[in-house]
Design a protein around this ligand. Structure first.
Ligand SMILES: Cc1cc2nc3c(=O)[nH]c(=O)nc-3n(C[C@H](O)[C@H](O)[C@H](O)COP(=O)(O)OP(=O)(O)OC[C@H]3O[C@@H](n4cnc5c(N)ncnc54)[C@H](O)[C@@H]3O)c2cc1C
Length: 276
């Protein structure tokens, strides 16, 4: 008898990312899809590979969140676990980073807003804290040429709305990918109005919706150019209270301004309504 583990049995995670059931639900159709396409042994192998690729980062993140949220001295600067190890922060810079979080009132009391607040701080002051050479995963010894080509592929998938293609790529390809205009995969997917790709990049790849490209545009600005009401609505909903998403970009355009410039009256009204 062959048994295939999925859901919590395959990728148990803490509940601090609210992702366990989401990921368990995604496993079912994925296995069905593989079984439709291939004989059982290779379908199971393909399923396991893709499932692990999709969930690995989330399992780690949920573990880190549990450690962070349950470490009483995490902000104490007194040698607790949290002061030695913090994902995305250079070793040695952790105490200063935690001190900064405490000074700004960033802690567990923010609840669901905690991740975003930490991410924004890292984005704003990243140079001071990130490991040398940019993002953490670049130092992991991977082949740089191959990584560059995977990142180019990620950008292509994002702008073409190829969510299945994105799923096949390793997380570091999606995370480090930027085009010549400094646009992330999320900017490009938003620009194309690719709702499902945007959802994937936000919820499973955990790309930040506040990221700025070279012209200070966020994915919300890009979505407004796409004319896709559903994509605009999603970004508007998650961007509430996040100033950079509503600010003017370097061309002087706010999301509302970009939406108002739409010549199609019907689309313009729908997008402006989605921004509310
Ligand atoms: C406090 C908490 C909050 C959470 N919040 C979220 C959230 O906000 N968002 C989110 O996406 N996820 C959340 N989760 C995670 C989510 O509940 C799980 O990831 C999800 O239920 C896993 O589904 P599953 O089918 O893989 O496993 P389960 O739901 O655990 O199902 C396994 C089933 O197998 C049965 N079983 C076990 N052993 C046997 C046996 N020997 N024979 C027969 N049956 C057996 C069990 O009784 C159970 O019914 C949370 C979890 C907790 C604990």
């Amino acid at each position: 008898m062959r048994v295939v583990a999925m859901g919590d049995a395959a990728h148990a995670m803490s509940c601090f990312k609210g992702q366990g059931a989401n990921q368990a639900l995604a496993d079912g159709p994925l296995l069905a899809d593989w079984l439709r396409r291939a004989a059982v042994p290779s379908a199971v192998r393909g399923f396991m590979r893709e499932m692990c690729q999709r969930t690995e980062q989330i399992v780690r993140a949920s573990r880190e969140a549990a450690t962070f949220l349950h470490c009483p001295d995490v902000l104490g600067g007194g040698g607790g676990r949290g002061t030695q190890d913090f994902a995305g922060v250079r070793e040695g810079a952790v105490p200063a980073f935690l001190e900064g979080l405490r000074a700004e009132g960033i802690g567990a009391s923010l609840g669901a807003g905690l991740d975003g607040a930490i991410r924004r701080k890292l984005e704003a002051e990243g140079d001071a804290y990130l490991p040398p050479g940019g993002e953490e995963e670049e130092g992991c010894g991977g082949d740089e040429v191959e990584l560059a080509s995977l990142r180019a592929e990620a950008l292509g998938c994002a702008s073409g709305g190829d969510t299945a293609g994105l799923r096949r790529l390793p997380p570091q390809a999606i995370h480090g990918a930027k085009d010549a205009g400094g646009r992330t995969c999320l900017h490009l997917a938003a620009l194309g109005g690719h709702y499902h790709s945007c959802r994937y990049l936000l919820t499973e790849s955990c790309l930040p919706h506040t990221a700025l490209d070279a012209s200070n545009s966020t994915p919300l600005h890009c979505a407004c150019l796409s004319r896709d009401r559903r994509t605009v609505h999603m970004f508007a909903a998650i961007s509430k209270g996040d100033a950079p998403c509503w600010d003017r970009n370097k061309d002087g355009n706010t999301p509302e301004g970009l939406a108002s410039a739409c010549e199609d009256e019907h689309a313009r009204k729908a997008i402006l309504a989605a921004l509310k």
